[in-house]
Design a protein around this ligand. Structure first.
Ligand code: HXC
Length: 284
């Protein structure tokens, strides 16, 4: 069954803005990642989805390819972002089969709820390895291709077409601290810092690097883990000034913005998409 466009993309964007461009995304089979990929593919891009689970990754690629006739969507499963070599091989294969990497989303993440007292050193390390080191590995495996893409697509470009852009999916927990999420907070703080360094080191090559920090996003594995009861979900909603949870389309639209001609001068920043929720998180 196909997913209605309105579930992953607003009507604000023009068809074809990402034509002849390729997205490389880790965690692209997840709820947020597949909405980001659908949006870019809908707007003309081809895509390479990276995931640990082979079946899930390949099935997601087949589904996403249906959003646009002629779209090429490659699912490369069996890749753990903690393993640099397999990620590098996936990036090389993506370029070999699809021709380039113009946009990268580092979306793979790991999470569970636990107080520090219940976190073993290995549990803490596991989330740092998936989130932070996984993002570093993604940067390292793809940055030569993003530099090439940026050199073909000057920023700003007269044609309005873009390339050489990196987005990491972060969070807002570390802005205030968050109980039961010390591991994720530490990992995401490091990701924000890393993206700042990428922006500074590779901005002169025309590359941009930003994070998107989602708030509570409905229908995601993360929120199922973080707010499994109706009571917790109601409490979360009550704290959000915009009065609702976000949806995957909110995150897909932010991604399109950062990768589009509209995002040319946005570099090294954290785009919070959370209905101002973080300003009240932790306080009722
Ligand atoms: C305490 C736990 C735990 C739990 C695992 N561990 N679950 N500790 N409470 N609930 C510990 C284990 O005991 C082990 O430590 C260590 O963590 C590694 O566990 P493994 O199962 O061996 O790791 P692995 O197979 O690599 O799995 C990684 C994982 C898993 C993170 C634990 O949940 C996973 O693969 N998740 C991927 C999908 C996911 O999490 N999606 C949600 C992302 S949402 P010991 O000491 O026993 O060896 C997200 C959103 C954040 O990131 C922000 C939202 C706004």
């Amino acid at each position: 069954m196909s997913v209605p466009k309105s579930q992953y993309l607003s009507s604000a964007w023009a068809e074809g803005i990402f034509a002849n461009r390729v997205l490389f995304i880790t965690g692209g089979a997840g709820s947020i990642g597949s909405a980001q990929t659908r949006a870019l593919v809908h707007l003309g891009a081809d895509a390479c989805i990276i995931g640990r689970n082979v079946e899930k990754t390949e099935a997601a690629a087949r589904e996403i390819a249906k959003v646009r006739s002629g779209a090429r969507v490659l699912g490369i499963g069996g890749v753990d972002v903690r393993n640099y070599e397999s990620l590098k091989a996936a990036a090389d294969r993506c370029v070999k089969e699809l021709g380039s990497i113009d946009y990268v989303v580092a979306g793979a993440a790991g999470n569970f709820i636990a107080p520090i007292s219940a976190l073993s050193p290995n549990a803490f390390k596991t989330v740092i390895e998936i989130d932070t080191i996984g993002t570093f590995n993604t940067v390292k495996a793809t940055i030569p291709y993003l530099i090439e893409s940026a050199s073909r697509n000057p920023n700003p470009s007269p044609s309005g077409q873009t390339g050489g852009r990196f987005v990491s999916v972060s969070a807002t927990f570390h802005y205030t601290g968050m109980p039961l999420q010390s591991h994720v907070s530490a990992a995401k703080a490091a990701i924000d810092s890393l993206m700042g360094s990428v922006a500074i080191e590779y901005g002169p090559f025309g590359v941009t690097a930003n994070t998107i920090a989602p708030g509570a996003i409905a229908g995601t594995e993360g929120m199922e883990r973080l707010a499994s009861s109706q009571h917790t979900r109601d409490e979360h909603t009550r704290q959000i000034p915009s009065g609702r949870w976000g949806n995957v389309r909110d995150i897909a639209d932010a991604t399109v913005y950062l990768f589009s001609d509209a995002g040319n001068y946005v570099n090294g920043t954290n785009l919070v998409v959370d209905g101002a929720g973080w300003r009240r998180q932790g306080g009722l």
